[in-house]
Write a protein that binds this ligand. Structure first.
Ligand SMILES: CC(=O)N[C@@H](CCC[C@H](N)C(=O)O)C(=O)O
Length: 378
């Protein structure tokens, strides 16, 4: 592939960047991807859709194995604040987690192997709803994937903190276990001047936010990493009305499944305390839960050794991160690994000013196509 070809994938990323959509509503994104794939030589290609996702099988010349590669597709509810000319055209939505780059890289991989067939088969999964409620598990369980199940799975995620050219990964756990967290408090609303006749859920909710932060600080071994973040609080309608309800929305992250259980039981204990203390009702819903991303040691070690010989890659053996990824479900069933791809930007994932360096797209396509070709020959 030439540098000119890589420019095409930058344009694709920019097109996709303009149409970020919520999980399982990636209709325009799916249409864009299907139109692109329809324009490729079709002789080795089979395409299936599953909800808003796509599965692409590229038949090898004499397949003995089936490799798998996965990209996510959805955007985030963030009002974009970049300086891009190709800003999101969907108000309040943005590709702020790199899924536009991920998809463009996946199209580059598909394009390469329909033109230059490898011996083995390759299945490329365009998976919806990574940010929630999670597309990986139902896609894994789908009829569409059942007879195309790969023997090995690879995925990447862009990393703002590393320079372009860097690949960071590790054998074992890479990303945390996650659980969403939705708490609803219900009390009694009323006039702001008569607090004694009401039961104020702004006060109960505020106390609860503080109490939740004591779980990681006071109930979890400091050597066992865990996070509770409340990212959204909703309560009240007007400054002189006592709020009847409060809703807290957040996420829990842990490096072990046991710690997740401990945190959930502590949350429930605190909710019983809030109910007793504020004479209100407290309900919790854990939304979607993702398994840890656990890199299979043999394949990850082999990939890292292979990368070590490349002059265009700076390999980093990184620490675990408290990010989550439903790719963990794929790795629970199929051996494989995920890695971070450096995109060098001062603003982190999920930030409105997030501007990843696009040169990483070509680099990732080159590394992944070389890797699958090498694996297919080994
Ligand atoms: C890579 C990344 O940023 N992934 C998300 C996954 C979110 C899972 C779920 N909706 C939750 O919030 O728990 C992340 O926030 O780590």
């Amino acid at each position: 592939m030439t540098a000119g070809d890589f420019d095409k994938y930058i344009q694709i990323r920019r097109d996709l960047h303009q149409i970020p959509e919520p999980g399982f509503e990636e209709f325009k994104t799916q249409r864009y991807l299907l139109d692109y794939i329809a324009g490729l030589p079709q002789d080795r290609l089979e395409v299936r859709t599953w909800r808003t996702g796509i599965l692409v099988l590229i038949r090898g010349t004499a397949p003995k194995r089936r490799f798998g590669y996965r990209t996510d597709m959805d955007g985030l509810p963030i009002a974009e604040d970049t300086g891009y000319e190709f800003k999101s055209r969907h108000p309040g939505y943005m590709h702020a987690c790199g899924h536009d780059l991920h998809m463009s890289i996946a199209l580059g991989i598909v394009t390469h192997f329909v033109r230059e067939a490898m011996t083995d088969d390759l299945v490329v999964l365009f998976q919806p709803a990574e940010e929630g409620p999670g597309g990986a598990l139902p896609m894994l369980q789908s009829e569409e994937l059942a007879d195309w199940m790969p023997d090995q799975m690879v995925g990447l995620h862009i990393a703002p903190e590393y320079p372009v050219g860097t690949i960071a990964t590790r054998p074992g756990i890479l990303f945390a276990n996650t659980s969403e967290l939705f708490i609803d408090l219900t009390g009694t609303g009323g006039h702001a001047a008569y607090p004694h006749r009401a039961n104020d859920m702004v006060v109960a909710g505020s106390q609860l936010v503080g109490q939740l932060q004591t779980i990681v600080a006071r109930n979890i071994n400091p050597l066992d990493a865990a996070v509770i973040t409340i990212g959204k609080v909703e309560s009240g309608t007007k400054q002189n009305i006592i709020a009847e309800t409060a809703r807290l929305e957040g996420t829990i992250r842990t490096l072990s499944a046991e710690t997740m259980t401990v945190i959930k039981s502590r949350i429930e204990a605190l909710l019983r305390g809030i109910e007793a203390g504020f004479e209100c009702k407290a309900e919790v819903d854990y939304g979607s839960n993702y398994r840890q991303v656990f890199n299979e040691a043999g394949l990850t070690g082999e990939f890292m050794d292979w990368l070590d010989g490349r002059r265009d890659v700076q390999l980093v053996e990184c620490s675990e991160a408290m990010t989550g990824e439903d790719f963990g479900y794929l790795l629970e069933r199929i051996p494989g690994f995920m890695f971070w791809l450096g995109v060098d930007t001062p603003y982190g994932l999920h930030h409105a000013k997030f501007e990843p360096k696009e040169e990483a797209i070509g680099m990732a396509i080159r590394v992944m196509t070389d890797y699958f070709t090498w694996k297919s020959q080994s």
